[in-house]
Design a binder for this molecule. Structure first.
Ligand SMILES: Cc1cc2nc3c(=O)[nH]c(=O)nc-3n(C[C@H](O)[C@H](O)[C@H](O)COP(=O)(O)O)c2cc1C
Ligand code: SF4
Ligand code: SF4
Length: 253
């Protein structure tokens, strides 16, 4: 059973590639939250996987919120893994997953990561399709390796670019500020199609008088609304416009 969260497709692609090979069931954390489903049962011999992007050196708030209430009935000792997609630094997202699993009496067998285009475009520039595609090509090699490791039920921490916990705590503090929806804005090019509201995993957007309105003070700041707007009308701060939009190719099929 693989639970995944993905805003722009990187983690969805990773989770799907793993599930295809391991024949694990694939479950969207966004769907679980929207349907208020937190209780699951592992079948005999089934793995437990969590696949997520790294946000601010930890987990996206939506994944943290899901794992906080996650319940699992299990009659064997499962192989458990965390597989992250990331752009630059993984921080200590694995530590947060471990804490959640401990509450369920489970240990984390292995942590993996795959470097993919960094969707935090207030800082990172994704305008060059050739560069972006090269990163995704390199990711294929890392994914193939991880699938082999998971099939061999390898144990260990295979995360690159981890950070010490005091630095991670500071970064998590910044995430709380950064995820205030007041930083998001909409431009006049908006055509009122409503896709941003449909794509928001935490229902933070409502369309009012043909324009998106952020109805929550904080969201996961996944930037799905920004990257998936057909008009590129949603921005976060001053620099996202020049850094472009991104969707993993699997989301365009
Ligand atoms: C709010 C936000 C914060 C991010 N923070 C980090 C980070 O701390 N370290 C990192 O390596 N990548 C970071 N990223 C990049 C994503 O982890 C990366 O692009 C991921 O593959 C996106 O996955 P998705 O397409 O499944 O949503 C961040 C992205 C967002 C939107
Ligand atoms: S997705 Fe873009 S164009 Fe459509 S309503 Fe939202 S901001 Fe406007
Ligand atoms: S409002 Fe936009 S950035 Fe915030 S959670 Fe929804 S889609 Fe993601």
């Amino acid at each position: 059973m693989i639970f995944y969260f993905s805003a722009t497709g990187n983690s969805k692609y990773l989770a799907s590639r793993i599930a295809k090979e391991t024949k694990d069931r694939l479950i969207s954390i966004t769907d679980c939250i929207k349907n208020n489903e937190y209780a699951f049962k592992l079948k005999e011999g089934e793995n437990l996987g969590i696949v997520s992007p790294i946000y601010y050196w930890g987990l996206p708030s939506i994944v943290d919120d899901f794992l906080e209430y996650f319940q699992l009935v299990v009659s064997h000792r499962p192989y458990t893994f965390f597989a992250a997609t990331y752009g630059t630094v993984t921080g200590q997202a694995d530590t947060f997953v471990k804490r959640h699993l401990k509450r369920l009496g489970l240990e984390l067998s292995a942590s993996y990561c795959v470097r993919m285009p960094d969707t935090w475009t207030p800082i990172f520039d994704l305008n060059d399709p050739v560069k972006v595609s090269k990163v995704n090509q390199k990711a294929e090699i890392q994914i193939d390796k991880i699938i082999k490791q998971i099939k061999n039920t390898e144990s260990g921490n295979f995360l690159s670019f981890r950070m010490p916990m005091p630095a991670v705590k500071l970064c998590r503090y910044i995430y709380e500020k950064v995820r205030e929806t007041k930083h998001l804005s909409v431009e006049d090019s908006c055509i009122g199609c409503g896709l941003c509201a449909q794509n928001c995993p935490v229902d933070a957007i409502e369309i009012q008088s043909g324009r998106p309105v952020w109805v929550k003070d904080k969201c996961s700041i996944c930037l799905a609304c920004l990257h998936r707007c057909p008009q590129f009308s949603i921005q976060y701060g001053k620099f996202t416009k020049k850094h472009g939009q991104y969707l993993h190719p699997c989301m365009k099929e």
